[in-house]
Ligand binder design. Structure first.
Ligand SMILES: Nc1ncnc2c1ncn2[C@@H]1O[C@H](COP(=O)(O)OP(=O)(O)O)[C@@H](O)[C@H]1O
Ligand SMILES: [Mg+2]
Length: 277
């Protein structure tokens, strides 16, 4: 069920020119639009990546299909892209929303944290899982995350023992360039997908440190891919159905390659894993 947008909050940084909107459900969403300056396909990439990461139990935002009505668009003059000096309008219909896990006026959400705080993130292991995932989907971007303070028990079921105290949490975001972005292919490069602060990989000792994600991806269920695929609004596809099927076939075949792709990171960029033995 799509969530209707009810108010415009602000424009966000980034190449997709996403907008922060409030939905009729009272939640806040960073919305990427079908005619965004990157490509329509990045909405599909976002949708699939979040569903797959969720299966891998890596923290990602909830996602939703966001509906913009003609009435909302008419009443929201701030809703447009800047292309050079030109303004490009956003059409009514269904778009992609990544839900904020905290209220933006009450809790600070950070794009970056200093290394000292990075080492204290409660779910820091998610960066290891995310790297295995990014290798699998050939994410052509660097890893991106947002951070905020929360009590784990109040907002999400954390793996294992959830701390009751306030701690910093990371959520993995921005998967527009999974599958090499608009190209929908698997171009592997050892340095892509890494987080720019390699302190998050300080616990890596060997390939074993990337278990259980390697094993989970090697056995990734076709059904998870299928059900995420079925949820994609057909309007995001244009004539891409066949291409997408091919892409997902190739993705299935690549499941067995993730361990090798991680080893390539170690060989090519030895500074990424400072404690690899
Ligand atoms: N679920 C989310 N929760 C909080 N902030 C988010 C969320 N999704 C995106 N953002 C914010 O919006 C910005 C733009 O989103 P991003 O996915 O990085 O778009 P782009 O593809 O344009 O870089 C991010 O830098 C981040 O600050
Ligand atoms: Mg980004």
């Amino acid at each position: 069920m799509p969530v209707r947008a009810r108010s415009f909050i602000r424009k966000m940084r980034g190449g997709a020119q996403a907008h922060l909107l409030e939905g009729e459900d009272g939640a806040f969403y960073v919305v990427k639009f079908v005619n965004n300056p990157q490509h329509r396909r990045i909405l599909i990439n976002e949708w699939l990546a979040c569903a797959f990461l969720r299966y891998l139990q890596i923290h990602v935002p909830e996602t939703a299909v966001i509906e913009l009505t003609s009435e909302f668009i008419e009443n929201t003059p701030d809703l447009y892209f800047s292309v050079g000096s030109r303004r490009e309008h956003i059409p009514p219909g269904l778009h992609f929303g990544s839900r904020l896990s905290v209220h933006p006026d009450r809790v600070a959400i950070f794009d970056f944290l200093p290394d000292k705080l990075l080492s204290k993130i409660e779910n820091r292991v998610d960066f290891l899982g995310a790297l295995v995932f990014d290798k699998w989907v050939a994410n052509a971007d660097s890893r991106q995350a947002v951070f905020f303070r929360a009590r784990a028990k109040t907002w999400t079921p954390l793996k294992g023992e959830a701390p009751a105290r306030l701690g910093f949490f990371a959520q993995m975001i921005d998967h527009g360039f999974a599958f090499s972005g608009p190209h929908w292919e698997f171009r592997d490069s050892p340095i892509q997908g890494l987080y720019f602060r390699t302190a998050v990989y300080n616990d890596v000792r060997s390939l074993d440190s990337f278990q259980p994600w390697v094993a989970m991806i090697e056995n990734f269920p076709v059904e998870v891919i299928d059900s995420a695929w079925k949820e994609i609004p057909r309007g995001w596809m244009n004539d891409d159905e066949r291409l997408l099927e091919d892409l997902l076939e190739k993705l299935l075949k690549r499941r067995s390659r993730v361990a090798e792709l991680i080893q390539q990171v170690q060989r090519a960029k030895t500074t990424a894993f400072a404690n690899w033995r």
